[in-house]
Ligand binder design. Structure first.
Ligand SMILES: [Zn+2]
Ligand SMILES: [Zn+2]
Length: 144
């Protein structure tokens, strides 16, 4: 790692010496927020994300970041879901629901995926299997 550089804090915009992603003030606040949210969650495991935010004054965005960072284990809190960034379906993991992630991956690798799909085309697959079977069968026959 090089020498820490002066950079703007992505949270508050203040110039700080980049030791971590955010400045000390924001880091301190983030840790306080985490302790507050975690403590409240322990007492209210059935709470929703919005309720947790209202009760602790920690922003929904911040709580979501804790979830993304794996600091809040959503498995223990069944109602702690938040909307997918694309379709707004409620999810508990990642930033997007699995179908949006799929769509995005498909768009990102459109060419590669298209080839995959063609390979996986069910009629072709059936032909392939049948063809293989028949040639195998014929081969066996002719050998006898
Ligand atoms: Zn800051
Ligand atoms: Zn979605």
């Amino acid at each position: 790692m090089g020498t820490p550089q002066l950079t703007n804090c992505p949270k508050c915009g203040k110039l700080f010496l980049r030791i971590r992603n955010i400045c000390d003030v924001c880091y301190k606040k983030q840790e306080d927020d985490f302790l507050k949210a975690a403590a409240y969650l322990r007492e209210h495991t059935g709470i929703t994300l919005q309720e947790l935010s209202d009760a602790t004054d920690v922003s929904v965005t911040q709580i979501r970041q804790f979830i993304w960072a794996g600091r809040i284990l959503v498995d223990n809190f069944p109602n702690l879901s938040y909307p997918c960034e694309s379709c707004r379906n409620m999810i508990q993991k990642g930033r997007k629901c699995s179908s949006c992630t799929d769509t995005l991956n498909r768009l990102a690798n459109q060419v590669g995926i298209k080839e995959e799909n063609e390979k996986r085309d069910p009629s072709q697959e059936r032909d392939g299997i049948t063809g293989g079977y028949i040639s195998h069968y014929l081969k066996e026959k002719s050998e006898k």
